[in-house]
Design a protein around this ligand. Structure first.
Ligand SMILES: NC(=O)c1ccc[n+]([C@@H]2O[C@H](COP(=O)([O-])OP(=O)(O)OC[C@H]3O[C@@H](n4cnc5c(N)ncnc54)[C@H](OP(=O)(O)O)[C@@H]3O)[C@@H](O)[C@H]2O)c1
Length: 324
């Protein structure tokens, strides 16, 4: 395994990490979940990604049990707060009240005294930034959190938060978790220049665009049974963001590039994310142990100029969109 720094910060995370969204503690049965975590640990993965919202706490509970026997210092655990956890008006968002209460509940479910990174899952327009920053600082001072981070915040908002944190004498954002894959390249122009400037590390999610970049979804065909796109409990995002004939056709062209290079499209798509120097870790999603085994091979790939050129032609950088 290769380990990378989180931006300017001292802790190192495995360049490939394991996520638990829609899999561990949800669609993956106990045997598969155990197999996934074991394979990840055996491969040297130290960073495991979860969230309170993943199956309403079940992913945290399952992950906590699966890593219970591992030396705590050998793990880097990231969990998140923001999404509604019940109908209660305060059981959501980034208020100081919810951040404190949610952190305690996540720690209990994980069976841990602290998390390595506590992350705002999205932004909360109902809460002033300084309230969120100080709530994170309080958790850091209480020893419950080491670094804090944000997912899918705009770059200008991150800059504002870090300026405010400086004024308040509080810790700045250490980690950002953006969506980044061949079908969603916006971070290259909109985010990475700013995270580099701020010293923020990026741990990127959905490297396979929910499976759209594996070639298993064919033009003119419905999603095969047993896939994320075929399951109404899981397919909201893939259907909204990626599901169209053009992307399915491009997926088949990616299969050809991968075949010429002697690897699978999943390996190629993950290796493409890994090669970006702004990426500290690529968070793998896997529903089966065999998928994880395949995806881990991406670490060994050295992409040639020829392959990169063909990928660039197939998935060119999109035009930048304005940010607030
Ligand atoms: N911060 C956020 O808002 C946010 C959002 C999303 C995810 N995340 C984090 O990022 C992690 C990864 O995200 P993701 O699950 O969307 O990643 P992804 O890699 O884009 O999609 C993973 C899914 O693709 C399919 N797949 C994976 N490898 C495959 C292979 N080799 N061949 C064929 N199909 C394959 C599997 O689905 P099927 O086999 O079921 O089709 C798998 O569950 C999550 O677990 C979570 O920790 C964070």
């Amino acid at each position: 395994m290769e380990y990378r720094k989180l931006g300017k910060w001292g802790a190192k995370v495995s360049a490939l990490s394991l996520g638990t969204y829609l899999t561990v503690g949800f669609t993956s049965d106990a045997k598969t979940s155990k197999g996934l975590v074991k394979m990840a640990l055996d491969a040297g993965i130290n960073y495991f990604d979860t969230a309170d919202a993943y199956n309403r706490g079940e992913a945290e509970t399952a992950l906590g049990k699966l890593v219970a026997g591992i030396e705590r210092s050998d793990l880097f655990i990231l969990t998140k707060v923001w999404a509604p956890m019940s109908d209660d008006v305060n059981d959501r968002g980034l208020s100081a009240k919810h951040i404190k209460e949610s952190c305690d509940k996540s720690l209990k479910r994980l069976g841990m005294d602290y998390v390595d990174c506590y992350m705002c899952h999205r932004s909360d327009p109902d809460t002033p930034l300084e309230e969120t920053i100080l709530a994170m600082e309080d958790l850091i001072r209480a020893g419950k959190v080491i670094y804090w981070g944000v997912s899918e915040w705009s770059a200008p908002m991150m800059v504002r938060a870090n300026e405010l944190a400086k004024q308040l004498g509080a810790r700045p954002i250490a980690v950002s978790q953006p969506r980044y894959n061949l079908l969603y390249r916006y971070p290259e122009s909109l985010l990475f220049p700013i995270t580099a400037q701020e010293g923020i590390g990026n741990v990127i999610f959905s490297p396979l665009a929910h499976g759209m970049l594996t070639g298993k979804y064919k033009p003119g065909e419905d999603a095969p049974d047993g896939t994320r796109a075929a399951d109404d409990r899981q397919n909201l995002v893939i259907k909204q963001m990626y599901w169209n004939e053009e992307n399915k056709k491009k997926g088949q062209e990616l299969v050809e590039i991968a075949r010429d290079f002697g690897v699978s499209p999943a390996e190629l798509a993950i290796a493409w994310c890994l090669r970006n120097p702004n990426v500290s870790s690529v968070i793998l999603g896997a529903s089966r142990v065999a998928q994880l085994e395949e995806n881990l091979k991406a670490l060994e790939l050295e992409l040639t100029e020829d392959v990169l050129k063909r990928i660039e032609e197939l998935y060119p950088q999109p035009e930048a969109i304005p940010q607030i």
